[in-house]
Design a protein. Structure first.
Length: 345
């Protein structure tokens, strides 16, 4: 009953939030004054408001475009504790080496509006890596990858007080694997044998210890779309789902999403693989020890992507087949690499 009430509360919150956040009085009194270049002016500037993303879990992303040039992003949360934690983490990073001018940055925090559970920040300058990866020269794409790797190394080496440690179950994602296999088995029983065999293979590279390597701050959504590049500067957004976990998870996710996006858009997979390799090489040059479980997480993400693909009826058959082969090849590659590394050790 409590869970149902929570769902109803979240639904009501979603229905009301757009009217509140787009209310002219709210914008003039609580938003515009956060920008010094706007607050000092006489006449009120023109502004535009839109909801960029509205998640079922109770989190929305807002955009305020002000005067044709300034942009403020807002993260609205159903839960105030989540809003306060996101604001605390962002302001801590800004004050400890990630401010404007550091070249490895986060968006400038502008403030939090407690009664609205709303965290506000400036927009990130530059172009996200997922848009640049296939459009700039290969050398520029490799430079981007090195910048992204250096940002992640710097972030994972930053002390952020108060972060929770991810539980061993979440770290290994055992329940998510079981859920993915159960759904595919129910909807596509012809693939059950393949996925069960893959689970057995995955066990060969599963981390054998919950304490090695040492946990570090984890971004949680470190992917090319969240890394904005402008010249020699990298700014990373969505710094909010923070916890302490295995550092290889962020490395693996970045590489996986880079190649997954390439497959979905039918891009140059060889080029995407080259950029991913450059990212890992740059990261390894700064912190090799953090990559102990990289093979496991790369194999795990390929496995989960394949399971989702097999039951996705929106993908045409030719693309499903080519993507399925690519995910299987990626899975086998990392199981093989992980097994060899373990034997060598």
């Amino acid at each position: 009953m409590g869970r149902e009430g929570t769902r109803q509360d979240r639904r009501a919150w979603k229905q009301n939030q757009e009217a509140v956040f787009g209310n002219p009085d709210f914008v003039h009194e609580r938003i515009l004054g956060l920008l010094p270049e706007v607050a000092g002016g006489g006449a009120r500037p023109e502004w535009r408001f839109e909801v960029i993303r509205n998640k079922a879990a109770g989190r929305s992303t807002l955009l305020y475009s002000i005067g044709g040039s300034a942009r403020i992003y807002g993260k609205a949360y159903f839960d105030f504790a989540a809003a306060a934690e996101a604001h605390r983490s962002l302001t801590h990073l800004w004050a400890h080496g990630f401010a404007s001018g550091s070249f490895l940055e986060v968006p400038e925090p502008l403030g939090i509006i407690p009664e609205a559970n709303l965290v506000l920040m400036r927009s990130a300058d530059g172009v996200p890596m997922d848009q640049r990866a296939g459009s700039v020269s290969l050398e520029a794409a490799l430079t981007d990858a090195r910048l992204a790797a250096r940002w992640l190394v710097k972030y994972q080496n930053t002390a952020i007080p108060g972060l929770r440690a991810e539980s061993p179950c979440e770290k290994l994602e055992i329940l998510k694997i079981a859920d993915a296999v159960a759904k595919v088995a129910a909807e596509c029983p012809e693939h059950s044998s393949l996925l069960i065999d893959m689970i057995h293979d995955l066990r060969a590279v599963t981390p054998k210890s919950n304490t090695s390597p040492q946990v570090t701050p984890m971004h949680g959504q470190f992917r090319p779309a969240h890394v904005f590049i402008e010249g020699s500067r990298a700014t990373v957004i969505d710094v909010e789902k923070l916890c302490l976990s295995d550092p290889a998870k962020d490395v693996a996710r970045f590489c996986h999403v880079l190649k997954k996006t390439c497959l979905e858009e039918r891009g140059d997979l060889e080029r995407a693989d080259r950029v991913a390799q450059e990212f890992v090489a740059e990261y390894r040059a700064h912190n090799k020890a953090n990559l102990e479980n990289l093979a496991y997480f790369r194999a795990l993400l390929a496995f989960k992507a394949l399971a989702k693909l097999l039951k996705n009826r929106k993908v045409d058959e030719a693309q499903r087949e080519s993507m399925g082969r690519a995910y299987q090849a990626e899975f086998e590659r990392w199981v093989r690499n992980g097994t060899i590394s373990e034997m060598a050790a």
